[in-house]
Design a protein. Sequence first.
Length: 170
Amino acid sequence: MLAYIQFITVFAATLYAGVAIYINLVEHPARMNLKTKPAAQEWAPSYRRATILQAVLAAFASAGGVTVWLLIGGTMWATGTIIMLLVIPVSLLLILPVNYRLTDPDRDKSSDRTRELLEQWGYRHTLRTILSVVAAIIFTWQVVSALPKADVVDPILNSAPISNSIQPES
């Protein structure tokens, strides 16, 4: 059961981070190469679709992180979860006000102010991306570091397995 929860947590966090990276490195820069009005028009439906996906992924990653932390403890699971949860206030306090301004039906979509808001949105989304990448790395590291260590055969001597621990000399 724990392994399934860890898998879902890592999957959701890394997928969220991947989507956020894609938006920052591909989608938003491409959008910003357009004139302001088409960029703003393209941003709105993209934002609506991405919001649903990212909200679901953030919920699964955060809930999974809390669950794993409650089951096995560990400061790194708590840290990863807190960082993933920080995506929510960043979204609500820093990004959502810009979203409201960009989706205002009375906004002149071709104005310089609209261009500035699109640029602000990109910078603020970068913070959300960084948080999700850090959380995904922490979650992934926790799962990988908990895997059983395989014995390694010395490739030069082709000898017996090398111990993973240092043994005191007799």
